[in-house]
Design a binder for this molecule. Structure first.
Ligand code: CA
Length: 328
């Protein structure tokens, strides 16, 4: 995979932002005038191979199970089922003046409809404690900055391969661990996999089936999302009872890596990307650094797979066999 310093152009003339290699400015500014972070962190690989501090995996973390990989303390360990069916994907610039060009489905259709089989998505963004449990168990060489936040914050400063490595490890742990709820074990045995959500899975989980602009409805609500502040809050710190599946932080807190390469719509579930190419990978939802426009359910960010940034994390999916083929 390439993490070269080649300049990445935004795929459209109007897209929310692209995170390139660390030697470049952290966010490439869109033609629409959105200004991202102005300063870039150090080299992506400068601070790797750090062991997590003990504080990252406390003996007790309210709301999470220290005996179950620090996953959420509920009957499904935080995996929320999204029912099968169609949903509206993308945005119509004629009805949403904040829509970026790359959210339009096609020249003929502003929005698309996508039919997805049932899947599960993580209730929360993956936390520092969860990622630290992985790094401790495996000796994975993570960026030390990934463990600087409190254990209930979303893990950030993780690259796309870092996120997938965590998913693969958790997939194996869930298959072999006695803590795994039977309903999850049965699916794993049937070929389901823990991985990142596709771009379509992320968007359906965020907006449901009615095509809404934000996870909670049509208008921005600052009491529902962490945005434009100094750092990420605890996962679930802004509950969202109006959200179609009750998932907090789909908008805001940290951007979330997806398993989809950034490309023009219509979305193609069969497009797994090409790790040998200079691909960008889609991230969704905006972050604590972003303005409301980037927190819309349809905003598509893209980042170099090697980018580790304080505002990019991820969320898990448990996907059926039909949609888990790895990138080529
Ligand atoms: Ca988020």
């Amino acid at each position: 995979m390439s993490t070269s310093t080649a300049s990445h152009a935004s795929p459209g003339t109007d897209s929310p932002g692209v995170v390139g290699p660390a030697v470049l400015a952290a966010l490439v500014v869109s033609a629409a005038g959105w200004l991202g972070l102005q300063s870039a962190p150090a080299e992506d690989d400068a601070a790797v191979a750090a062991a997590p501090p003990a504080a990252a995996t406390p003996a007790d973390l309210p709301g999470f199970r220290a005996d179950a990989w620090y996953l959420p303390d509920d009957a499904q360990l935080g995996f929320v089922e999204i029912p099968a069916g169609r949903f509206f994907m993308g945005a119509d610039p004629s009805t949403d003046p904040e829509a970026f060009d790359n959210e339009r489905w096609s020249a003929a259709s502003a929005q698309g409809t996508v039919d997805l089989p049932a899947y599960f998505i993580g209730r929360y963004e993956v936390t520092v404690a969860q990622f630290a449990a992985f790094a401790t168990a495996t000796g994975f060489g993570a960026d030390s900055q990934a463990f600087e936040a409190p254990p209930d914050r979303p893990v950030a400063n993780v690259s796309w391969p870092d996120a997938l490595a965590y998913c693969r490890w958790l997939d194996g742990a869930l298959r072999s661990g006695p803590q795994t709820p039977p309903a999850l074990s049965e699916r794993l045995q049937a070929g389901w996999q823990v991985t990142l959500p596709t771009e379509a899975q992320w968007e359906k989980a965020a907006r449901g089936t009615d095509g809404r602009r934000y996870p909670w409805g049509e208008e921005m609500r600052r009491d529902r999302a962490a945005l434009q502040n100094g750092g990420a809050g605890p996962v679930g710190g802004d509950p969202c009872p109006e959200c179609p599946y009750g998932l907090p932080d789909m908008s805001g807190n940290v951007w979330e890596w997806t398993r989809s390469p950034l490309g023009p719509y219509p979305f193609d579930e069969a497009n797994r990307g090409d790790l040998d190419a200079d691909a960008l990978w889609v991230m969704r939802g905006g972050s604590f650094t972003d303005p409301p426009r980037n927190l819309r359910t349809t905003t598509r960010g893209g980042a170099d797979p090697g980018a580790r940034r304080p505002f990019i994390g991820f969320r898990l999916a448990l996907s059926p066999p039909s949609s888990t083929e790895p990138p080529r």
